[in-house]
Design a protein around this ligand. Structure first.
Ligand SMILES: [Zn+2]
Ligand SMILES: [Zn+2]
Length: 116
C-alpha cells in the first residue's frame, strides 16, 4: 500500500487520487467526500485578527464606506506586519492601500502617545 496523505480538511480520509503519470501518483488537495461537499481548508486568520483587531466599516483615510469586506484591507502604519498594536493598525480601502504602497503618500502619523 502506498503512502497516501491524510485529507487536511477532515483529517479522516486519505486524499483523492488526481491522476497517475509515469508511476507517480498525484493527489488532490482533499478527500473524495470533502471534494463532493465542496469543503475547503479554512483560511488562516491574519495576525491582526488573532490580536483582536477588527476592520472598521469605513476607510480611515478617505472615509469610503465599505459594501463588501473585500474592499477593505488592514494597513500597518509602521510597515511591520508583526506589529499588531491597535495604534499601528488602520482600516483602509483598496484604493488607499495602493496609493500608500506606491509611496505617493504616507500615513499621517498620529500624535505620539506618552506611556508611563
Ligand atoms: Zn476530507
Ligand atoms: Zn480610502
Amino acid at each position: 500500500m502506498s503512502e497516501r496523505p491524510l485529507c487536511p480538511v477532515c483529517n479522516e480520509k486519505p486524499v483523492a487520487v488526481n491522476y497517475i503519470k509515469e508511476d507517480v501518483t498525484h493527489y488532490r488537495a482533499s478527500c473524495d467526500s470533502c471534494i463532493r461537499k465542496g469543503k475547503k481548508l479554512k483560511p488562516i486568520p491574519p495576525l491582526w485578527f488573532k490580536r483582536g483587531y477588527r476592520k472598521k466599516p469605513q476607510c480611515e483615510r478617505c472615509g469610503f464606506k465599505f459594501k463588501f469586506p473585500e474592499q477593505s484591507t488592514v494597513y500597518h502604519v509602521d510597515g511591520n506586519l508583526g506589529n499588531c498594536d491597535q495604534n499601528n493598525l488602520k482600516t483602509v480601502c483598496r484604493n488607499c492601500s495602493i496609493e500608500i504602497d506606491r509611496g505617493r503618500i504616507s500615513w499621517r502619523p498620529a500624535k505620539p502617545v506618552l506611556t508611563f
